[in-house]
Design a protein around this ligand. Structure first.
Ligand SMILES: C[S@@+](CC[C@H](N)C(=O)[O-])C[C@H]1O[C@@H](n2cnc3c(N)ncnc32)[C@H](O)[C@@H]1O
Length: 231
C-alpha cells in the first residue's frame, strides 16, 4: 500500500536531519559526484510515497568511500522505515584494468577510486550507520562472483539500485545479477544467456590483469588518470 504523500515540512525535516549528520568540509568522506545525494534523496522520497521502501533493500554497485551508500542508508532511517537492508558491492581496490569493447579510451587507470573495505566501514561507523542493516560484499564484479554471493545471502527485493561502477565490463554482470536480487520470494529469477567470457577462467587474458591486492589497506585514491593514449 502506498504511503501518504509527505508534506513539505516532513521532507524539510528529513533533509535538515541529514544535513546535521553530514561530514564537515574538511573530512574526506564525500561522494565521487556531488550530483548523487540529491538524486538519491529524490528517489527515496518518491519510493517512500509509493510505499516501496518497507521490507525492501537498497543496492549499490561501486562504493568508493561509501558516501552515497551511507547517505541512502541514513535517509531511509530518517524516513523511519523499519524493515530494510542496504547491500554494497565493490572490489575495494578501485577500478579494474579493462579496455575491451565499450571501455575503449576510458580515462581511469586501474586502481583509481580505491578505498579499502576497512576504511569504508570506518567511515560508516564514524558517521553513525546502523551496521546491522548493512552488508558489504567484496570482489571483482563477474557472473561467478554474484553466483557465489547468491549462495551465501538471501538478497531481498530491491527498492533502489545505484549502479555506479563506470565501466561497461563492470556493469554487465551487475545487470545480469539484479533481476535475481529483485525477484519476489517464490518467483523464479529471470536469467539472461550465459556470459561469453568468464573472468575466473585462468586462461582468460583479463584474469591476470587485475591490480594485485595490496598486503595492507591503501588510502582512498582519486588520482591515477590514464595518460592520453596510455594504459
Ligand atoms: C565512481 S566510484 C563509486 C562512487 C560511489 N557510488 C559514490 O557515489 O561515492 C566507482 C567504484 O566502482 C568500483 N568498481 C568499478 N568496477 C568494478 C568491478 N569490476 N568490480 C568491483 N568494483 C568495481 C570501484 O572500486 C569504485 O570504487
Amino acid at each position: 500500500m502506498a504511503a501518504p504523500l509527505l508534506p513539505k515540512s516532513v521532507k524539510r525535516a528529513v533533509v535538515d536531519a541529514l544535513t546535521h549528520d553530514m561530514p564537515s568540509d574538511d573530512v574526506a568522506f564525500r561522494p565521487a559526484s556531488p550530483a548523487s545525494p540529491p538524486e538519491i534523496a529524490r528517489s527515496i522520497f518518491d519510493l517512500h510515497e509509493a510505499g516501496l521502501l518497507e521490507g525492501r533493500c537498497y543496492y549499490e554497485f561501486g562504493l568508493f568511500r561509501g558516501f552515497a551508500f551511507w547517505f541512502a542508508h541514513q535517509m531511509i532511517r530518517k524516513m523511519e522505515v523499519r524493515d530494510f537492508h542496504c547491500h554494497g558491492f565493490d572490489s575495494f581496490e578501485g577500478f579494474p584494468d579493462v579496455d575491451g569493447p565499450g571501455d575503449e579510451g576510458a580515462p581511469w587507470a586501474p586502481g583509481t577510486m580505491a578505498c579499502s573495505r576497512e576504511q569504508v566501514e570506518a567511515y560508516l561507523r564514524e558517521f553513525d550507520a546502523d551496521m546491522s542493516r548493512i552488508s558489504l560484499h567484496e570482489g571483482w564484479f563477474s557472473d561467478e562472483l554474484f553466483a557465489g554471493f547468491e549462495k551465501e545471502n538471501a538478497f531481498g527485493e530491491a527498492s533502489l539500485v545505484m549502479l555506479d561502477c563506470d565501466f561497461y565490463e563492470s556493469t554487465v554482470p551487475v545487470l545480469r545479477f539484479i533481476p535475481t536480487a529483485r525477484s519476489r520470494e517464490g518467483e523464479s529469477p529471470r536469467r539472461t544467456s550465459p556470459p561469453a567470457r568468464r573472468r575466473s577462467d585462468p586462461s582468460s587474458p583479463r584474469a591476470s590483469r587485475r591490480p594485485s591486492r595490496p598486503s595492507r589497506p591503501r588510502p582512498c585514491t582519486t588520482e591515477n588518470r590514464r595518460e592520453p593514449g596510455g594504459r
